[in-house]
Write a protein that binds this ligand. Structure first.
Ligand SMILES: Nc1nc2c(ncn2[C@@H]2O[C@H](COP(=O)(O)OP(=O)(O)O)[C@@H](O)[C@H]2O)c(=O)[nH]1
Ligand SMILES: [Mg+2]
Ligand SMILES: [Zn+2]
Ligand SMILES: [Zn+2]
Length: 212
């Protein structure tokens, strides 16, 4: 088991950052590029990872799926024949670096080019816990309303990219993609992708950006 150094003067965030840094070194040594996906419950994190796996056929993909309980997402990913590890957090509403440290013990990193990490669904605390990934993304769905960004500025500020998913549903729910885009520009100008994962729209652009 690992020692988590919580000596005096050190908070859990700092301890987490130290482990995350160690994990990043392991990824770099093994030639693994890691991307973690944050976002609300049901925003489309798993479906977007599934679509990326379909597109990135020429690469060796690994996935870590985080969920509070159960293995539903694990089974969805497993069907694609890629390496996948399920992480249940029980009561915790975010993944942390120590969980990832253990999850990667069950992956053959020498045979993975891209590692996708699906975080626990919520827009608050996952932002506070780096996982050693090279890029962090937030996936939101237009069905959550067009005020998501202004209500949760922090996670958008720390993200490297933002995906606005389910744009196929925008006409039905009276929500404005432009309003979300304006908020992103104002609060946190980042790379933004508009996707309809159900109908495989916009995913190519995301895949190209990830592997570029
Ligand atoms: N209409 C539509 N449905 C989507 C889209 N993306 C995901 N879904 C559906 O939304 C639900 C939640 O998706 P899931 O990938 O499980 O979300 P997660 O909880 O973030 O992993 C599923 O029923 C998906 O089929 C999309 O772009 N358009
Ligand atoms: Mg999921
Ligand atoms: Zn440990
Ligand atoms: Zn949490």
């Amino acid at each position: 088991m690992h020692k988590i150094d919580l000596s005096i003067g050190k908070d859990i965030y700092e301890a987490n950052r130290e482990i995350a840094k160690k994990i990043r070194e392991i990824f770099d040594r093994k030639g693994v590029k890691a991307i973690d996906f944050m976002g609300s419950i049901g925003s489309g994190k798993t479906l977007i990872i599934e679509r990326l796996i379909e597109i990135l056929k020429g690469y060796r993909i690994g996935v870590i799926v985080g969920d509070v309980s159960g293995d539903d997402d694990y089974k969805r990913i497993k069907k694609y024949g890629v390496s996948v590890v399920n992480v249940n957090t029980g009561k915790e509403c975010h993944l942390d670096a120590h969980l990832i440290e253990h999850a990667i013990e069950n992956l053959d990193l020498d045979n993975i080019d891209y590692l996708f990490i699906e975080n626990i669904g919520n827009l608050v605390c996952p932002a506070d816990f780096e996982l050693g990934s090279h890029k962090r993304g937030v996936i939101i769905s237009i069905t959550e309303g067009d005020d998501m960004v202004r209500k949760h500025p922090l996670i958008f500020q720390i993200a490297d990219f933002i995906v606005i998913n389910k744009i196929d549903l925008a006409p039905y729910i009276d929500a404005s993609v432009d309003r979300l885009l304006d908020d992103i520009k104002r609060i946190s100008p980042k790379k933004v992708f508009l996707t309809d994962a159900k109908n495989r729209k916009g995913i190519e652009e995301l895949a190209e950006w990830i592997v570029k």
